[in-house]
Design a protein around this ligand. Structure first.
Ligand code: SF4
Length: 351
């Protein structure tokens, strides 16, 4: 079976031509796929009945993911979906809304997608990391996460504005499927989201960052650093080697040179672990003058035994970075009470 959400528009065109139909039939599939969200090929009313039957007979299908559970935060700004997938697994995906925007009055609607079930990176503060790795998601599974929220938002007269690859899994460890989903979601005959509205987040896999820099895409890059030196980083991200902190920063610098897109360094702050003024100064020395941005994330309650730093230590940490000229923000928390915030995704809706 092949899900039509897996195909790039060029591949859809080739498919209809190979079936003996004119090129325009491809757009008659693509337009409904990304604007009407059909649940089966028979729902695409523009297609001749014969073509629908031929597609089904040839093993094409729609819908690799079905919503099985939905939770909303108390303020309604965060929604988490549990989707059951055709490969017999389930994945979580999250919508975060910040709004309303100054331009259109609509909120900014950011979807946080997952690229794997579980994760092999084993970050000690991350619930997904504690699950271990289960499987890689296919591009159609990643696209389907966006499509589910696009439909929910369309019913409210809203739309997806941003996409972050920060859910379960390490995107660079499932590179080919991740990049295929990015190309489908940004294609003007596909989902059509602007490349600049997408951010890929990585724990710092140098080879993946280098590949991404060569893709000729204008997408943002976020590197989860969490420590300014290799010794501390190894304790927090056990799989951190063979890429040293210096190498990761260098690959971020090269990504910026190549794409012109600013790189954000994510830094999960954990009380008594990596939040001291001494460590802040070390981080400032490391990042000073390279134009990067640091996003401080006071740790969320997760499976690990880490504590969130006091407001005072977060502000002091930020001040030290800012005083050194390092651009810095503190992440606004969304969805903590429904375990939808950073480092909290795991299949706990099933429990
Ligand atoms: S923080 Fe990201 S890379 Fe680390 S274990 Fe969690 S999902 Fe994987």
């Amino acid at each position: 079976m092949t899900d039509l959400y897996r195909l790039l528009p060029e591949e859809m065109e080739k498919l209809v031509i190979d079936m003996g139909y004119p090129r325009y039939r491809a757009d008659q599939i693509l337009l409904p796929l990304y604007y009407k969200f059909p649940k089966s090929i028979s729902d695409i009313k523009q297609l001749p009945k014969k073509m629908i039957e031929e597609l089904i007979d040839a093993g094409y299908t729609i819908g690799s993911a079905k919503e099985t559970h939905r939770v909303e935060s108390d303020d309604g700004d965060t929604t988490k979906l549990l989707l059951s997938l055709t490969n017999d697994s389930s994945v979580e995906t999250v919508l975060m809304q910040y709004g309303p925007s100054k331009i259109g009055g609509h909120p900014r609607s950011t979807i946080c997608v997952s690229t794997q079930i579980g994760c092999a990176m084993g970050c000690v503060f991350c619930a997904t990391g504690q699950m271990g790795f289960e499987t890689n998601l296919k591009a159609e599974h990643i696209v389907s996460q966006v499509i589910h929220f696009a439909e929910i938002l369309q019913q409210r007269g809203e739309h997806v504005t941003n996409l972050v690859f920060m859910g379960m899994g390490e995107p660079m460890a499932n590179y080919d499927e991740m990049i295929r989903s990015v190309r489908i979601l940004t294609h003007d005959r596909g989902f059509g989201l602007g490349q600049r509205h997408i951010t890929i987040s990585t724990i710092g896999i140098k080879s993946g960052i280098e590949r991404l820099a060569e893709e000729n895409l204008q997408i943002g890059l976020a590197i989860s650093l969490h420590a300014p030196n290799n010794e501390l980083r190894k304790n927090l991200v056990p799989t951190a080697s063979p890429n040293s902190v210096e190498e990761i920063i260098e690959s971020g610098r090269n990504y910026f040179k190549k794409t012109g897109r600013r790189v954000t360094f994510e830094y999960a702050l954990m009380a008594g672990i990596n939040d001291s003024p001494k460590i802040a100064k070390e981080l400032a020395r490391l990042l000073k003058g390279n134009g990067s941005h640091v996003n401080l994330i006071p740790i969320n309650p997760t499976a690990g035994n880490f504590e969130r730093p006091s407001e005072n230590s977060v502000t002091t940490f930020e001040q030290i970075l800012s005083d050194a000229g390092v651009n810095c923000t503190i992440r606004i928390e969304k969805g903590t009470e429904i375990s939808a915030a950073c480092g909290q995704l795991r299949i706990d809706m099933l429990e």
